[in-house]
Design a protein around this ligand. Sequence first.
Ligand SMILES: [Zn+2]
Ligand SMILES: [Zn+2]
Length: 361
Amino acid sequence: MTRGVVYAEPGSRPAVEEIVLDPPGAREVQVRIEASGLCHSDVHVVETEGWGMRFPILLGHEGAGVVEEVGGEVTGLAPGDRVVIAWRASCGECPQCLRGDPRRCSSWPRAKRRLHRAADGALLSPVLRAGTFADRTIVHEACVVRVPEELPVEQACLLACGFSTGVGAALWSTPVRPGSTVAVIGCGGVGLAVVQGARLAGAERIVAVDVAAEKLEAARGLGATDTVDATAGDPVVQVRELTGGTGVEFAFSAIGAATGLAQAVRMCAYAGTATLVGVPSPGATLDVDLDADVFAPKISLAVTHGGDTLPQEDFPFLARAALDGRLDLGRFVSSVISLDEVPDRLERLGQGGEIRAVVRL
Ligand SMILES: [Zn+2]
Ligand SMILES: [Zn+2]
């Protein structure tokens, strides 16, 4: 029996239901999910009443597990392989891929819809082509990435979204230069991963900004050299004071509110880069002075989608970095829960100092 967390219709509450699977088709892979992280994008799906997807929806997109069955034409994967499911892999055919920039691919490979609700047979739409709050799912082979067995599966699943989004923002979207100065606004799971990425990239100073003392403490433990309590005054002023008035070369906004990106722009040094990490709140707009805040100081504005990773290269790299201690992935797993707890936990995601809750299946 396969069970999954289904968001049945707009306004309904996600619930655990029985689901049934068709066999995987050509270039598709059936994965037995062993662990899946709770990421804010699943909450976003509920808050936006489907995020443009067809109902019913199978939630979850941060999963790892074991290959159970491969469809035709699948190469390089076999039953028993420990894998992480990437929600974005590059297609090789879109304008960005064709011009040699696959990190900015806009046409992510997807499997056909193969999962149904047991109750009425309706086809499920898996969130971000993944659908990992389930014992099993079926995904495109390009999204299935082998990782070392030694990495605990509760940690491996975090490579699929939040952790690689944050680390990748600092390593690949807007690569932090060794010796540079960085600010990270918002120290939830993704922001803390930006801190880790900036440290791995060799940043000399990493200023963590948040309103919660426990998150700032966590940031220090993961590589932040300075912290700014955003409740104690304008964080832009505080970051500028910390940097002798100069500002930072790289500022990352890892909060949904638009104020984070505006602050990131305004705390950049001359020719600095402000990067938007994570999905903004619906309707959020950017309020900055285009001359004083952007043109005169020559600020670049960038967006990362999931850290702009090339999963087949980057996930194994991140896994090795976690295994040899260059990245502290274990610290990101703050609780391990069951599938039945997911609907409740989604409603209070990120509260009470939680970094990442992980479902163990
Ligand atoms: Zn592409
Ligand atoms: Zn996510």
